[in-house]
Design a protein around this ligand. Structure first.
Ligand SMILES: Cc1cc2nc3c(=O)[nH]c(=O)nc-3n(C[C@H](O)[C@H](O)[C@H](O)COP(=O)(O)OP(=O)(O)OC[C@H]3O[C@@H](n4cnc5c(N)ncnc54)[C@H](O)[C@@H]3O)c2cc1C
Length: 542
């Protein structure tokens, strides 16, 4: 605390960062001093980028410095690269910044998930989609595929693109064009529940979009969509959603894909005064509304630490979405209340106000007023839409992390695993871990909390820490480990274990029981020796 104020550093300049800044100002007023740190001087409002190729909307961007000032925060250009948690210092590309509370809201990076397909990441790709539409109009494309890859969890833009393309095709000369939609979901928009599912299915049927659910697309090669064991499908072009990964921030536990695990108060698991919100967290739904809810939770937790008398606010995700369809508007709502039954309704009125595509308690009205209108910038879009609101429960969320089902195999990990792996505690220092790795001549240690596997620390992680000048007796396993590591249960076929390892470049894979307790480790070499050589190297999307 500086006098009576708590210095809060927010790394990021997107949805979660702005919502956190606004919530902090609203909750804690002058008790906090807020600094926003981001490499880009713009705030991008991306949802309307799907409508841009069809001339039905426009991606908006705002000057971040001006937004920060209006939100009562300062703005520093730069990117967070590392955090010294015990010293409460954030290292950026340009300097070191001291903080009392840190919010990491750096978003995620979209990467191509289906090699050969056009990856739609947002504003940067609208022109390429426009080019595809032009080719459709010219008659160069007769079969066009839209692909949701395994692991992509914000599927809405793919449905919007398909429906708006269908609407465009229906109005033009190229009516014979076939539109196909591939998704690993068990039903379209599964996460939104039955009401939205029925609505989207009937919209897709009316739009004559052929949907194949439970399908995993590996690549688009020589006019063929490769579906792994399910063969291939000829198409002339394919538009796919990206696979998201998190940016590396040294000193912060991150998952294999770079995401940061947080608890229900948005605290980074195992760390003090460090919070995370938005797409960078390991919560599997990467969506603006969810990002804003996490940011509000983080702001409330910080406000309480700063001495504000406010009710604790726990993360209880509610999913709200507006689906642009290119046809008449329809509004849907579903609540899954975890034990209180389920309601699923369809309505003709918006379900929240202002009716923004990204819903943030503070951000939506703020952006609206900043843009000089009562509602957020995209609300006047002339296209049809479907609004969806759903409370997520644990089962919904775990069902979202789509994974290729295990391949059949005679041998299982049980046959070859090493049942006595090196286990260290989250509080162990890097020096202690290094010593034990040397004693056991091992390359990695499992980090377990009361027996439950929470991370893996490898000699590579130790090197990263030493390169950051971390002292061996100061750095802790919990700060430098890979959090929530990929693991497999007993009974997993060796071939699947080999696939997971080769797909991620691992040499070791933990084996856990139903409660997440570490039982052993299987090595890639063991799987090769047993003859379970991986057949596939792409499209795992885990
Ligand atoms: C095409 C498309 C359509 C979408 N439609 C919807 C929709 O309809 N509804 C919805 O709710 N969501 C939608 N989303 C998702 C939504 O945009 C994201 O979930 C949301 O922006 C995530 O917020 P965030 O703050 O976590 O990340 P972002 O908004 O991506 O912001 C990340 C910020 O961090 C900054 N940054 C990056 N690295 C660093 C660093 N090292 N240090 C400091 N700052 C850093 C970036 O410059 C950026 O300012 C859509 C996304 C796309 C791409």
């Amino acid at each position: 605390m500086r006098g009576d104020t708590t210095k809060v550093l927010i790394a990021g300049g997107g949805v979660a960062a702005l919502e956190a800044a606004l919530a902090l100002r609203a909750l804690a007023g002058e008790l906090v001093e807020v600094e926003l740190l981001a490499p880009e001087p713009q705030f991008w409002y991306r949802p309307m980028s799907v409508a841009e190729p069809f001339g039905l909307g426009e991606t908006q961007h705002f000057d971040l410095g001006q937004l920060a000032a209006a939100a009562g925060a300062s703005f520093t250009p730069g990117a967070l690269t590392a955090v010294d948690v015990s010293g409460k210092r954030a290292r950026t590309t340009a300097e070191t910044i001291e903080y009392e509370a840190l919010v990491i809201a750096v978003g995620a990076e979209p990467r191509s998930a289906v090699p050969g397909a056009l990856t739609f990441r947002g504003p940067a790709d609208t022109q390429r989609v426009e080019e595809v539409l032009t080719r459709v109009g010219r008659g160069d494309i007769e079969r066009l595929a839209f692909v949701v890859p395994a692991g992509a969890v914000w599927t809405l833009p793919a449905y919007e693109l398909a429906l708006m393309t269908a609407a465009r095709v229906a109005q033009g000369p190229a009516r014979h064009v076939e539109l196909l939609f591939f998704t690993p979901e068990r039903e379209p928009l599964a996460m939104f529940g039955p009401a939205a599912g029925e609505a989207i299915e009937s919209l897709l049927r009316d739009a004559v979009v052929e949907v194949r659910t439970g399908t995993y697309v590996d690549a688009f090669v020589d006019g063929e969509l490769l579906l792994g064991a399910d063969g291939s499908v000829p198409v002339d072009a394919a538009i796919a959603l990206p696979h998201l990964t998190g940016r590396r921030i040294h000193g912060i536990p991150q998952t294999v894909q770079g995401f940061i695990p947080v608890d229900s108060r948005a605290v980074v698991v195992g760390l003090r005064d460090v919070y995370a919100a938005g797409d960078i967290t390991s919560f599997p739904v990467k969506q603006g509304g969810i990002a804003a809810q996490q940011a509000e939770v983080a702001a409330t937790s910080i406000a309480i630490s700063a001495g504000v008398d406010v009710e604790p606010h726990l993360f209880r995700p509610v999913l709200r979405g507006v689906l642009l369809t290119g046809s008449a508007p329809r509004y849907l709502r579903r609540e899954i209340t975890g034990g209180f039954g389920e309601t699923s309704v369809a309505d003709t009125e918006p379900l929240w106000w202002p009716p923004a595509k990204i819903v943030g308690r503070y951000l939506s009205p703020f952006l609206g007023s900043f843009a000089g209108v009562e509602v957020p910038p995209e609300a006047a879009a002339p296209t049809g839409s479907v609004d969806v609101e759903v409370k997520l429960d644990e089962e919904d969320v775990s069902g979202l992390t789509t994974r290729r089902p295990p391949l059949p195999g005679e041998q299982t990990v049980d046959d070859v695993m090493h049942a006595d792996p090196l286990v260290v505690a989250p509080e162990d220092t890097l020096g202690e871990v290094a010593e034990r790795l040397r004693e056991r001549d091992a390359g990695s240690a499992l980090v377990c909390d009361y027996g439950r596997l929470i991370g893996i620390l490898t000699s590579r992680d130790l090197l990263r820490a030493y390169a950051e000048r971390v002292h061996p007796s100061e750095g802790r396993a919990r700060e430098w480990m890979t959090a929530e590591p990929l693991s497999v249960p007993l009974g997993t076929s060796l071939e699947e274990a080999a696939l997971v390892m080769s797909g991620h470049g691992f040499h070791h894979l933990p084996v856990v029981d139903d409660d997440g307790r570490a039982l052993g480790v299987v090595g890639l070499r063991d799987t090769v020796r047993a003859g379970a050589l991986p057949r596939l190297h792409i499209g795992l999307g885990l």
